[in-house]
Design a protein. Structure first.
Length: 239
């Protein structure tokens, strides 16, 4: 998702994108793979984050493990030469060396197939999508523009619609998204000049699903968060 055009505040100089380095140990049926990493990279890039190949220039680091494995199938499926699989992921979001948030997801068995590696890849893509939804979903954007007293200007007739045109996620129910606002959601809103009072209102209403450690707070401030937003983060319920 590219940056949202947000009222007069958006007339300010656009801040540089948030750089994210992805370091995943990924296997597909015990063989090295990159399909989940590619999926996650594409989702974050589409959301306006800059996925970098250089860890030293990253503002945020996503690391962890993602893998698929074969699962039991019925005798009928076996007779057809079919196989099935699921996938799981355990990832962390780091600011520097400090863990800010964790995300653990697992898929259910989907449709079976006859090519084991292909079935495994399908599950890896699915679990990567769940992780992406948990890290950054449309909910934060919609929440910030649907609550709070900030007036809507002519330039901001339908900010959620504008966000979608710019690439904001619009993926249905966001099955991987858990309650609370994620660190990446707050960072994105700050970076894109979302109305301060609406960010605060959303934080108070929904809480956060990350740890407001000193490093996390410092990074949000570096992204442009005001003292008001920082205080709201520090006093938000961790859900």
């Amino acid at each position: 998702m590219a940056c949202v055009a947000i009222t007069a505040a958006a007339q300010q100089t656009k801040r540089r994108p948030i750089h994210v380095f992805i370091d995943l140990r990924e296997t597909n049926l015990d063989k090295p793979s990159t399909v989940a990493k590619n999926t996650l990279s594409e989702r974050l890039a589409a959301a306006g984050f800059h996925v970098t190949t250089k860890r030293r220039e990253a503002d945020l680091v996503v690391d962890g493990t993602i893998g698929s494995r074969l699962t039991p199938v019925t005798d009928e499926v076996k007779r057809e030469g079919g196989v099935n699989a699921d996938a799981s992921a355990s990832v962390r979001l780091l600011v520097g060396t400090e863990v800010v948030a964790t995300s653990v997801e697992r898929t259910a068995q989907g449709d079976w197939g006859v090519l084991a590696e292909r079935v495994g890849e399908d599950r890896l893509i699915e679990v990567a999508g769940l992780i992406a939804d948990d890290m950054f979903s449309e909910k934060a954007v919609k929440t910030v523009y649907e609550v709070g007293p900030a007036p809507v200007t002519k330039q901001e007739t339908n900010p959620v619609k504008t966000a979608r045109k710019s690439g904001a996620p619009n993926r249905g129910q966001n099955r991987g998204a858990k309650p609370g606002m994620s660190f990446m959601e707050v960072a994105w809103l700050v970076q894109n000049f979302a109305p301060e009072d609406r960010i605060v209102e959303a934080l108070r209403k929904y809480g956060i699903k990350f740890k407001p450690h000193d490093s996390a707070v410092a990074q949000l401030r570096n992204f442009g968060a005001s003292d008001v937003v920082i205080n709201a983060v520090k006093t938000s319920n961790v859900v």
